[in-house]
Design a protein around this ligand. Sequence first.
Ligand code: CP
Length: 306
Amino acid sequence: MRHLIDPSDFTREELAALIERAEDIIRRPAFYADACKGKILATLFYEPSTRTRLSFESAMLSLGGSVLGFANADASSATKGESVADTIRMVSCYADICAMRHPKEGAALVASRFSKIPVINAGDGGHQHPTQTLTDLLTIHSVKKRLTGLTFGFCGDLMFGRTVHSLVKALSAYEDNRFIFISPGELKIPAYVREKTGNTAVESENLEEHIGGMDVLYMTRVQRERFFNEEDYVRLKDRYVLDKQKLSRAREDLAVLHPLPRVNEISVEVDADPRALYFEQARYGRYIRMALLMKLLEEAQTKERA
Ligand code: CP
């Protein structure tokens, strides 16, 4: 059974095919209106979400399928002590595919080992968020027309930001990409992610110094929910705020991305700048998840027939 737990679960060829299909879905959505007719997506969200859950649901409905699930752990039998392993055994009886978000690193991987249906990791703690990466790759490809030979700046909470971990891992597989990691010393990128870049990345605390050399700037929120103490969060949360003045140092073709939600790290005055692509990025999330649902369900069906 094929799952998506980590961005490296898909080859470059598979990622290219997903992006191509998502671009085709954007061009002619009516062609895909019944592609998942009769299929059921379960959304198991043990942590809050706006974009990921709703775009998954919108994706399945747009493909003619149906959706069931829960939006918080309190609405499930997890409150009675049921394990992820037992929950996915049950969900395998009721749905054809599942997207799971969980506060614990590795939860989706555990689920995949007990599941009879494809499991998609919709975010596991501070670890990985592979479907945000698919969204990011589609967005970058749409504006740069390539995923190679680019300079990427990542700014903010690089320690707990799972979207950063997944995207760096994915982009490191493409040749000639360069990485600039900008964060406070306490929120540096974990070594296991940094080493994916072949340890060629630049690390800095200064956004202004480096913004002029970037093709893509990926801003991130300081992940309050992963902090052990509120004082540290308050001290670090507004360390980087992208505003018009800082953006004036950047290239005309810079792409500013953010996985969202935004708190204060991009000033609203930046929203009107043509380089601000984060809302477009969120829109693309629906189309790439449509392509993903189709791929995993097609593969599960082929396996069932074999
Ligand atoms: N980007 C992202 O994961 O957003 P949500 O937490 O709203 O799903």
